[in-house]
Design a protein around this ligand. Sequence first.
Ligand SMILES: Nc1ncnc2c1ncn2[C@@H]1O[C@H](COP(=O)(O)OP(=O)(O)O)[C@@H](O)[C@H]1O
Ligand SMILES: Cc1ncc(COP(=O)(O)O)c(CN)c1O
Length: 187
Amino acid sequence: MGDHGKMYVPEDLLPVYREHIVPLADIITPNQYEAELLSGRKIKNEGDALEVMKWFHDQGAKTVVLSSTELGSENELLGLASSVINGTSTRLQIGIPRLPVNFTGTGDLFASLLLGWMHHTDSNLKKSVENTVDTMQTILRRTLDMARQEAGPDTPLTVRHLELKLVQSLDDIRSPVSKCKASVLEN
Ligand SMILES: Nc1ncnc2c1ncn2[C@@H]1O[C@H](COP(=O)(O)OP(=O)(O)O)[C@@H](O)[C@H]1O
Ligand SMILES: Cc1ncc(COP(=O)(O)O)c(CN)c1O
């Protein structure tokens, strides 16, 4: 829907997403801006993030992952996730090392990886979020390295240079190298 304070889709679609699309979702992966737009609440701290994830659960989503928030630090984005599946509730957070560029298509890639891992792990939220973030890191680092090589030292990186290197990352999609650990939030 949008990012960095700007909507990609026409603004009059917001109530359609909120009232008609969100209630259809089993799994939803908004970034911070999208989560704030849909829930109508600002996320200024972890308590706000937990409330917003509860709002999504109240709309019917069993699994909610805030794919990134600015609640981390200068060097880290913070992801948060919550699932209520068969009466079992799990909430966790994960630090995501921040790379110094804006990529395009990361939200779609994140959603696809998470869906695949939730399917392959029988809805194990911790393992799915960790594998997803690990694969994202590898793909984005490869994308940035190859973009810098292609552009050379004097040319600014463009969207074309930063096209996600998915084909070159097939092995990392199949078998992520384990690096980022999620911590489970109690209560
Ligand atoms: N600059 C970045 N540095 C590191 N990881 C990033 C960066 N941008 C995106 N990602 C990865 O992509 C995922 C989705 O990005 P996010 O910005 O949350 O969604 P969207 O692309 O929909 O705005 C994040 O969880 C993170 O793993
Ligand atoms: C219209 C539009 N613009 C841009 C994007 C890229 O979004 P992001 O980089 O946040 O994943 C998308 C994602 N499908 C989109 O639909």
